[in-house]
Ligand binder design. Structure first.
Ligand SMILES: NC(=O)c1ccc[n+]([C@@H]2O[C@H](COP(=O)([O-])OP(=O)(O)OC[C@H]3O[C@@H](n4cnc5c(N)ncnc54)[C@H](OP(=O)(O)O)[C@@H]3O)[C@@H](O)[C@H]2O)c1
Length: 264
């Protein structure tokens, strides 16, 4: 690993968006720590990122729905002397639901896996950061969110609530940690063409008896740029937020939605 390479933790690293983020950051010379649950996927993802002459990468398995798993993750991070320069935090993907009054057990489980768990993990990651604003050295946190952070959407009842909670948490951390040189920004995504999302469009096309292209065109009619995002576009936005571009930005919620959100 190069002496100067920056170390970034990416959670959800083996998913549709995480894979694209890891590929982009690895190719740009970051040294990555990949986190997700499935060890075989993590091993394969790490191996696929290795390039001669570029920094090496490693992985730590973690289940954000389990306190014990997060404690073990935090222990591993703390004991090997890792100093993180950045974190790309991706809470697990939430399934759409039209039920605006989900049962208490569902809320408990969702808050654990999508808020409390990722937040505990983030706390342990922050404790390894050593920014030094007097030397112009910041640490950058990018929290992947969704456009439900700024508007309520039908069929996304739980996402509407949890994304707002993250927005408030990101602002709170940004206020508290700015002085230490820790930047906290969120990137709120609209529909993004991961393999899973493509499969869901395909399913809707089949149900509606139309082609994939016809369905895609119909679904994106209300998006000014007339398209969903691509994981590679998200990866570029994440890299930019980790870069000096955000040296005077914190507590910002950037929308990555093709212009879908109408509010100012
Ligand atoms: N795709 C979209 O259109 C879209 C739109 C708006 C926002 N987002 C947000 O973007 C982020 C990534 O989405 P994606 O589409 O790339 O999701 P994805 O393909 O389903 O990937 C999810 C990732 O999270 C890991 N994961 C799942 N449950 C976990 C848990 N309990 N603990 C730890 N890791 C877990 C998965 O690996 P393991 O299963 O091995 O753990 C995988 O690496 C999510 O926060 C999602 O809400 C996506």
């Amino acid at each position: 690993m190069s002496e100067t390479s920056k170390v970034v933790l990416v959670t959800g690293a083996t998913g549709g968006i995480g894979s694209a983020v890891c590929l982009r950051l690895a190719n740009s010379g970051y040294s990555l720590i990949l986190a997700a649950r499935d060890i075989s996927k993590l091993q394969a993802a790490c191996a696929a990122l290795d390039r001669p002459g570029l920094p090496s990468h490693r992985w730590i398995s973690v289940d954000m729905s389990s306190d014990a798993s997060i404690a073990s993750f935090s222990h591993e991070l703390a004991t090997d002397g890792t100093v993180l320069d950045g974190v790309v935090l991706m809470p697990p993907q939430m399934r759409p639901t039209g039920d605006c009054q989900p049962p208490a057990d569902m809320w408990r489980q969702l808050f654990q896996s999508n808020f409390i768990g990722p937040l505990e993990l983030l706390k342990s990651a922050i404790s390894t950061m050593r920014p030094d604003p007097s030397q112009g050295r910041g640490a950058k946190i990018v929290i992947i969110s969704a456009i439900t952070s700024v508007q309520a959407l039908g069929n996304y009842a739980t996402s509407n609530v949890l994304r707002c909670a993250w927005l408030a948490q990101a602002k709170t951390l940004a206020f508290a940690m700015g002085e230490r040189g820790i930047h906290v920004n969120t990137l709120s995504l609209g529909g993004t063409l991961t393999p899973d999302y493509v499969a869901s469009i395909d399913l809707r096309a089949t149900k509606a008896g139309v082609t994939f292209s016809e369905r895609l065109a119909e679904e994106t009619l209300n998006i000014p740029l007339r398209k969903y995002g691509r994981p590679e576009e998200v990866a570029l936005a994440v890299e930019v937020l980790l870069s000096p571009f955000s040296d005077h930005m914190t507590g910002v919620n950037l929308l990555h939605d093709g212009g879908f959100t109408r509010a100012y």
